[in-house]
Ligand binder design. Structure first.
Ligand code: F6P
Length: 342
């Protein structure tokens, strides 16, 4: 019986379990055995895996996270990591491996595909920053969670006549900030793509107060930075994929707003709440469609490809193209958001 392996790597996100479920259901229907590799690339290096059957995926569709576990392990940064991954891939007798991940995990997949492994990629991330797909699953859930938080923060900001700065995730792309900010009616939205101009931010808040509003909501992406001065980071140390830990811009921004305007300001950092819990219907459906398409690509022996959403169609693109460059918010979209500032 032909064997398909599946692993989930990088930051988890809602919808991963719908991909796993779809791969197992479609795989079994089409006569494959499906092997779940634990904890991303770490599990392939350390040979931790188990067979997945209908029992193992029962009831996982509405569950957040990933039943396989995940890690931010980079085989290219571990001693003999690549060699061990390849040896274990062969030892498991895999005919193909489905890799579910973001730019880092899929970047490794692209390289291992070049080393000769039969790999198909599936794009996931709450950040929505993969350029070859219109949407990644996980993003819709994160935006909905952030929007609900912004709605909730409105009532307390209004009662206390405060500014509330809401820091959201998204790494170097402002997608979560701009979409939750538009949906939640934020009064200012700040994203990594456009440096923060404090004079402009304060002028917008003062204009709003001048027209009788005594509170404001400012949404800031964790990767946003001031026009001048160094980037605000949580930790300088780089992880195995060369990323620093973002975070802290919300606090810095709030201090600056309070100092310059005199308005009482508070901060709310949404953090991992945006990645937890049950996926939206959109993310469940997208994950399901991606999972089924991944198995179809394996049947057609189309390796080195990633499934992607284009309009309303699920297509495939080369893993190399898919991981070539990040998708960031374009200035035109930001202009639309600005209509509602102040
Ligand atoms: O890439 C997803 C993401 O949630 C980013 O938005 C965030 O910067 C990062 O992961 C946080 O990573 P960790 O869970 O390792 O703290």
């Amino acid at each position: 019986m032909a064997k398909i392996g599946i692993l989930t790597g990088g930051g988890d996100c809602p919808g991963l379990n719908s991909v796993i479920r779809a791969v197992v259901r479609k795989g079994i229907n089409d006569g494959y055995e499906v092997i779940g590799i634990k904890n991303g690339w770490k599990g392939l290096i350390e040979n931790e895996s188990g067979s997945l059957n209908l029992q193992s995926i029962s009831g996982i569709l509405p569950r957040g996270g990933t039943i396989l576990g995940t890690s931010r392990t980079n085989p290219y940064k571990k001693e003999l990591g690549v060699e061990k991954a390849i040896v274990n891939y062969r030892a498991l007798g895999l005919d193909a491996l489905i890799v579910v991940g973001g730019e880092d995990t899929l970047g490794v997949a692209a390289k291992l595909a070049k080393e000769g492994l039969s790999i198909v990629g599936v794009p996931k991330t709450i950040d929505n920053d993969l350029s070859a797909t219109d949407y990644t699953f996980g993003f819709d859930t994160a935006v909905n969670i952030a929007t609900e938080c912004i709605d909730r923060l409105h009532t307390t900001a209004e009662s206390h006549h405060r500014i509330i700065v809401v820091e959201v995730m998204g790494r170097h792309a402002g997608w979560i900030a701009i979409e939750s900010g538009i949906a939640g009616g934020a009064d200012v939205i700040l994203i990594p793509e456009i440096p923060i101009d404090m004079d402009e931010v304060c002028a917008l808040l003062k204009k709003r107060h001048a027209r009788g509003k005594t509170f404001s909501i400012v949404v800031v992406a964790e990767g946003a930075h001031f026009k001048e001065g160094p980037a605000v980071l949580q930790e300088q140390k780089l992880d195995e994929f060369g990323h620093v830990r973002l975070g802290g811009i919300g606090e810095a921004l709030a201090r600056e707003i309070e100092k310059r305007t005199g308005y009482e300001t508070r901060v709310s950092v949404l953090g991992h709440i945006q990645r937890g819990g049950t996926p939206t219907a959109f993310d469940r459906v997208l994950g399901t469609r991606f999972g089924v398409k991944a198995v179809e690509l394996i049947k057609e022996k189309k390796f080195g490809q990633m499934v992607a959403l284009s309009g309303n169609k699920i297509i495939s693109v080369s893993l190399e193209t898919a991981t070539g460059k990040l998708k960031t918010v374009d200035p035109e979209y930001y202009e639309l958001a600005k209509v509602f500032f102040g």
